[in-house]
Design a binder for this molecule. Structure first.
Ligand code: RBF
Length: 164
């Protein structure tokens, strides 16, 4: 596994089921050469694990800054088991990188805690574009697959907890 021992992907892959689950995916258009492969691999992983393709709702926002806003709107509706946020911030190219990255992470966490709907965090923060492209690449970092597996696990956990 290219993501190393710290990753949960190998443990979860093929062992979590998306059957009957509903997901919303919000992808930032900014750095689309990174976020589009992330999106494709999220959708592929969800459907490979039994999620109906029609139960995966995809939305796009201009940039990472808008992710918490759109995720909050979707999570409040309570129509999805998990909301998945996808974006890419590159330090070398982004003025105020630390401020934006921190605010996006804080905002997405707040959405989940305030709505009770899990939000999966698929926002890459890298030093260079090359690192970001590598992490999104299905043959290398495959972070899209990783975030989808986290979403599947959280859907199962909350499904169990919500049904008492
Ligand atoms: N959005 C991203 O998703 N990734 C970025 O690296 C990024 N860098 C930005 C750098 C600057 C200086 C500005 C002004 C915006 C950037 N954005 C980026 C877009 C941001 O998330 C948002 O879409 C816009 O600021 C409009 O609200």
């Amino acid at each position: 596994m290219s993501t190393g021992d710290r990753s949960y992907a190998a443990e979860l892959s093929g062992r979590v089921s998306g059957a009957g689950r509903r997901f919303a995916v919000v992808a930032a258009r900014f750095n689309g050469n990174v976020t589009e492969p992330l999106l494709q691999n999220v959708v592929a992983c969800l459907t490979e694990h039994g999620t109906d393709a029609k139960a995966v709702e995809v939305h796009r926002v201009p940039g990472a800054w808008e992710l918490p806003q759109a995720c909050a709107r979707l999570a409040r509706d309570k129509r999805h088991d998990v909301v998945i946020a996808l974006g890419c911030l590159i330090r070398g190219e982004t003025a105020h990188f630390d401020v934006i990255a921190h605010e996006v992470a804080r905002g997405l966490g707040a959405v989940s805690l305030e709505t009770g709907v899990p939000v999966a965090f698929g926002v890459l923060t890298t030093e260079t574009e090359r690192q970001a492209v590598e992490r999104a690449d299905p043959k290398r970092g495959n972070k899209g697959r990783e975030v989808a597996l986290a979403a599947l696990e959280m859907a199962e956990l909350f499904g169990r907890l919500n049904s008492g």
